[in-house]
Design a protein around this ligand. Structure first.
Ligand SMILES: NC(=O)c1ccc[n+]([C@@H]2O[C@H](COP(=O)([O-])OP(=O)(O)OC[C@H]3O[C@@H](n4cnc5c(N)ncnc54)[C@H](OP(=O)(O)O)[C@@H]3O)[C@@H](O)[C@H]2O)c1
Length: 293
C-alpha cells in the first residue's frame, strides 16, 4: 500500500488506548503529525510518551470527555487555536454502557458519546478540515450497526434499555452520519467514510455484562484480532493513496461493503442529522457549511 500522510496533521479521538492508540502509532510511523485526544490525563500522557518513544514523532494531545458537549466545545476551540490546518479527523472515541445512564446534558450516554460526540466535534472543526483539503474524515463504526435501529421516538431508550440496543443504535448512527456527511461535503475535497475495525481485543469488552462474559470468552475471543490490526483499518482509511477521493463508503475487513439497509436509508440519515443538530444546539444548515464554535 502507498501512503499519503507524511507531514500531514491527523487528530484521533479515543487515542489513549485500544484501536485509536495503535492507529496513532502507525500514522506517526508514516510521518504524520498526530494529535491524540484522550479523556484521562494519566492514560493520555502515557499514550503520548509511548507514541513518541516508539516513533520519535512530534505528538500533541488534548483531553476531552465526549459525553459532555461543553468539553467537546472546549476541545474544538483549543484545536482551532493550535491547528488551523487539519488533514484527517478520526472519530473513534466510544464505548458501551451496561446500564442506562444520562450525561451532564441530560442525554443517554451511549448515543451522546458514540454518535453526538462525533457529530458535534466534526461540525465544529469542519471549516478548518475543508480549508485543509484534500482531507479526510474517518468514522469508526461497527458491524454491530447491522442489528441497530434509530429509535426516533425514544432516542434515549427510556422505554427499554439494553446494552446492545444502545450500542447498535449508536453505531448505526455512525454509518448514517458518515454517509450523510459525504453527501454534504460533495465538491469540497473532503472525504467521509466509516469503518468496522474488526472484533478487536481491547478494553471495550470489559463493559460486557456478567451473563455474556462466558460467551465472549469462549465464542468470540479466539477470533479477536489485535488492537494493532484493528488500528490498521483506521490507517487505511486515513492514509491509503488508493482511497484518494473515495467517499461515502462503509468498510469491513479493509474493503468497501454495503452496510445494512437501515444505514443506506437517506431519509433516516437526513432526519438523524437534523435531530442531532438540535440536540447539540447547531443549526442544521449551518452544520453543513461549517460553523465556528
Ligand atoms: N474493540 C472492538 O471489537 C470494536 C468493534 C467494533 C467497533 N469498535 C469501535 O472502536 C472504537 C474504539 O474502541 P476500542 O475497541 O479501541 O475500545 P477501548 O480500548 O475501550 O478504547 C476506547 C477509547 O475511547 C475513549 N473513550 C471512551 N469513552 C469516552 C468518553 N466519554 N470521552 C472521551 N473518550 C472516551 C477511551 O478513553 P479511556 O482510555 O479514558 O477509557 C479510549 O481511548 C469505538 O468507537 C468502538 O465502538 C470496537
Amino acid at each position: 500500500m502507498a501512503w499519503t500522510v507524511a507531514g500531514k496533521t491527523i487528530l484521533i479521538t479515543g487515542a489513549s488506548r485500544g484501536i485509536g492508540f495503535e492507529a496513532g502509532v502507525a500514522l506517526a510511523q508514516l510521518g504524520a503529525r498526530v494529535v491524540l485526544v484522550g479523556r484521562d490525563r494519566a492514560r493520555t500522557d502515557a499514550a503520548v510518551d509511548a507514541v513518541r518513544s516508539r516513533t520519535g514523532a512530534r505528538v500533541t494531545s488534548y483531553l476531552c470527555d465526549f459525553s459532555s458537549q461543553a468539553s467537546i466545545r472546549e476541545l474544538a476551540a483549543a484545536v482551532r487555536r493550535d491547528h488551523p490546518v487539519l488533514h484527517v479527523l478520526v472519530n473513534n472515541a466510544g464505548g458501551v454502557q451496561k446500564r442506562r445512564t444520562v450525561t451532564v446534558d441530560g442525554l443517554e450516554t451511549t448515543f451522546a458519546t458514540n454518535h453526538l460526540g462525533y457529530f458535534l466535534l466534526t461540525n465544529l472543526l469542519l471549516d478548518i478540515v475543508i480549508g485543509s483539503a484534500p482531507a479526510r474524515i474517518v468514522t469508526v463504526a461497527s458491524v454491530g450497526h447491522r442489528s441497530g435501529t434509530i429509535h426516533f421516538d425514544d432516542l434515549g431508550l427510556e422505554d427499554g434499555y439494553g446494552i446492545l440496543k444502545a450500542y447498535s443504535q449508536s453505531k448505526l448512527a455512525n454509518v448514517l452520519f458518515a454517509a450523510e456527511l459525504a453527501r454534504r461535503l460533495d465538491g469540497t475535497g473532503v472525504t467521509s467514510n466509516s469503518v468496522h475495525p474488526g472484533s478487536v481485543d481491547t478494553n471495550i469488552w470489559t463493559g460486557t455484562p456478567l451473563w455474556a462474559k462466558p460467551i465472549v470468552a469462549v465464542l468470540l475471543r479466539p477470533w479477536f484480532i489485535t488492537a494493532e490490526a484493528g488500528g490498521a483499518t483506521i490507517v487505511q482509511l486515513a492514509a491509503s493513496v488508493d482511497l484518494d477521493g473515495v467517499t461515502g463508503l462503509y468498510f469491513e475487513k479493509q474493503k468497501p461493503v454495503a452496510p445494512s439497509a437501515a444505514a443506506e436509508n437517506r431519509a433516516t440519515a437526513t432526519r438523524l442529522w437534523e435531530v442531532s443538530a438540535k440536540l447539540v444546539g447547531l443549526e442544521p444548515q449551518a452544520t453543513a457549511a461549517a460553523r465556528r464554535p
